[in-house]
Design a binder for this molecule. Structure first.
Ligand code: ADP
Ligand code: MG
Length: 252
């Protein structure tokens, strides 16, 4: 069974960047194959990895719901949906990417969601790692049948407000009853030394800090030039920082 790594936090804090750099670091360490799931409806993990996304699970779900009778003759609906889902999976050399896309509209999605869940549960079995880039609500994560998560990174920027958002997410995790082995904080755009007020709030939350990522101008540059974060130089500040965080995962 794949080791499950999930990344969550407020929007714009650096979740997708951390997810992409974790994938980079894991593959460089030979920890593959990896399945990465972009579970944020404002999906951009694919772009960050330099990929073009033209289809998402959400599209398939909506198309099917719009025309449930559109199953080709000679096929049952389960086979048909599975066929479509397989087409959404983007296969790269070292990792595969599944983009969840938009959330469901009104209506009863139970059947489609069950097929989807079975599909992903089966799929996960053939990977060494599953890296989950979540939306703040963690819907997709909480829907997995085997909801176990090995490591959850809660990402915040260097601000008390970010930490408070993170505290709410941590409370929600408990309410959802997710089975998570290790939970820790990653501070993005962090200064070299975290200030006392910040550390005091961290202590109150009671979670360890798994690592910090300094401000890295190369991220902006790569974003502007639509380059994949997989191609960042090994010695760029964010890569070095995430390699360090990754070393902790590998050790756990
Ligand atoms: N450590 C960092 N240094 C500089 N820019 C960063 C850093 N982390 C993230 N960014 C930038 O901030 C923006 C939001 O980051 P992103 O990872 O997409 O956040 P999220 O997925 O949480 O919404 C992106 O443009 C990204 O390049
Ligand atoms: Mg994101």
């Amino acid at each position: 069974m794949a080791k499950v790594i999930a990344v969550a936090g407020k929007g714009g804090t650096g979740k997708t960047t951390l997810s992409a750099l974790l994938i980079r670091s894991l593959t460089k360490n030979g920890q593959k194959p990896i399945l990465t799931v972009d579970a944020d409806p404002n999906s951009n993990l694919g772009e960050t990895l330099g990929l073009t996304i033209d289809k998402t699970i959400g599209d398939i779900r909506e198309n099917y719901m719009r025309d449930p009778q559109g199953v080709p003759s000679g096929m049952d609906k389960i086979n048909y949906l599975e066929l479509l889902l397989n087409q959404v999976l983007i296969e790269e050399n070292d990792y595969d990417l599944l983009v969840m896309g938009r959330q469901e509209g009104q209506g009863c999605y139970c059947m489609v969601n069950n097929i989807l869940r079975n599909f992903t549960d089966e799929l996960v079995k053939s990977y060494k790692y599953l890296v989950f880039d979540n939306e703040a609500g963690m819907e997709h994560l909480s829907r997995r049948t085997n909801g176990k998560v090995d490591t959850l990174f809660l990402v915040t920027d260097y601000a008390l407000r970010g930490l408070r958002a993170l505290r709410r997410i941590n409370d929600m995790i408990k309410e959802l009853g997710l089975d998570i082995e290790n939970v820790g904080i990653v501070v993005s755009r962090a200064p070299e030394k975290l200030g006392d007020a910040f550390m005091k709030e961290v202590e109150e939350i009671g979670l360890p800090i798994y690592g910090t990522i300094p401000n890295d101008d190369m991220l902006l540059e790569f974003d502007m030039e639509r380059k994949s974060l997989m191609d960042l130089p090994d010695d760029s500040a964010s890569v070095v920082a995430v390699d360090k965080i990754n070393a902790k995962i590998l050790a756990s």
